[in-house]
Design a protein around this ligand. Sequence first.
Ligand SMILES: Cc1ncc(COP(=O)(O)O)c(C=O)c1O
Length: 396
Amino acid sequence: MPPVQPPLRAVPRNPVPGPHNRQAEDEPARLHCLLDEPGMQFTTSGRAAILLGLEALGLAPTDRVLVPSYHCPTMVSPALALGQPVGFYPIDASGRPSIEWLEQHAPADTRVLCAAHYFGLPLDLRPVKAWCDARGVLMLEDCAHAMFGQGPGGPVGALGDVVIASLPKFFATQEGGLLRLRDARHPAPALRRAGAVAELKAWFDTLEISASHDRLGHWGWWARPLLAAKHAVRRAPAPAPAPAAPAAPEGFDPAGNYARIDMALSHRAPCGVTVDTAVHSTRGRVTARRRHHYQALVAAVSGRAGVRALFPELPAQAAPYVMPLWVDQPDPAYRSLRERGVPVSRWDWLWPGVPDMAGDQGKTWSHHVLQVHCHQDMTDEDRDWVIGSVLALCER
Ligand SMILES: Cc1ncc(COP(=O)(O)O)c(C=O)c1O
C-alpha cells in the first residue's frame, strides 16, 4: 500500500537568498567550481550564454546546431533565435550523445554540437569531443546542471569550445549564467551594463524573496525598514509568500514566453547582486547539502515499486542539480505533485519535430523521468516531505 500523502508544506523550489549563503563553512569546499575558471564571463542566464556563445562563433547561416533529444526548450531556442538550422541527436542510457548515431547520421552541415551534463552528474565527454574534432564540429558543453565537479573526462567545462552554466540552479540568484569561449579567435562579447533601475529592482527582489522564506536573518534590521518603505511608497500591501511551485503548464508553445529569447537582456551584464551572491556563496554547504539530499532520495525510493533512481550511484566528485527519478506511471502523478507544490520538474516539453531515433533515451526520459529538486535550502524535513509526497503519488 503506498503511504498516504503528508499535509501540505511550503518547500522552497530554488535556493533562497539571505545571509546564510555566506555563513562560515562547516563543510570544506572541495569540488571544482566553474566560477573559478579563468575567462568565465557572467551573463544574465544560461540561455543568454548559449546565444552569446553561438554568436561569438560567427556561424554561417547554414551551419547546423545539434542538440540532444532530451532537452529544456531553452537549449534549442537560442540557435533558432539566431536563425541557425537545428537538428536533434539521440542520447544513450548514460545521457551521453550516441557516438554510433553521430557516426552514421549526423548531418553534414553540423557545425556545433551541444552536450549537457544532465542532473549535475559529470559525463565523460572525451569520445564526443574526439568525434567533434575529427569532423570540424565545435562542442558546446552545457554545464547548466553542473556548476561543480569532475568526471573521468576531467573537470566539468574542461572540453567545450563553448562552455555555459546557469547560476540560479545552484546559487540564490534570480538571474545569471556563465560563458567561456576557448579560442581567442572567438572573443567574449561586450555586454551592456545593467542600469540603476535594474540594479535596484534586483536588490529588492532578492530581499522580498528572502523575507518571504523568513531567511533575512541579520539583514533584517536594515532590510525590513527598506521593504516597509517600498511598500508604503507603492501603497501596496506586502506580497504574500509565493506558492512553492506553479502548477505544471498545460502544453508547450514554442512561440510562447517560456522559450523566448530576449535579445536585449541577453546582451546585458547581470546585476551586481547576482554576481556578488554567486561569488560569495560558501560552497561547501551548497555541494554537501545537495549530495546529502540526493543520497537520501535514492535510499528512500530503493526497493519501492514503480519508482527508482535513474542514477543510484552519486559520483564522488559531483554536486547534483536534481535527483532524476524514474516513475513507471508518471501520469497523472506529476501533475498532482506540481499542484501540491512539490519541487519537481519534468522535461515533457520537447521541441516540436524531435524524431524517433533508434536507441534514444531522450523521449523516454522526457516522459518517465521526474527531476526532484535537492538544493541546499531544503531542510531534511522538507526533503522527507518531498519523499512522502512522491511515494504517495508515484508508488504502485
Ligand atoms: C541543460 C540546460 N541548459 C540550459 C538551460 C538554460 O538556463 P537558464 O534557465 O539559466 O537560461 C537550462 C535551463 O533549464 C538547462 O536545463
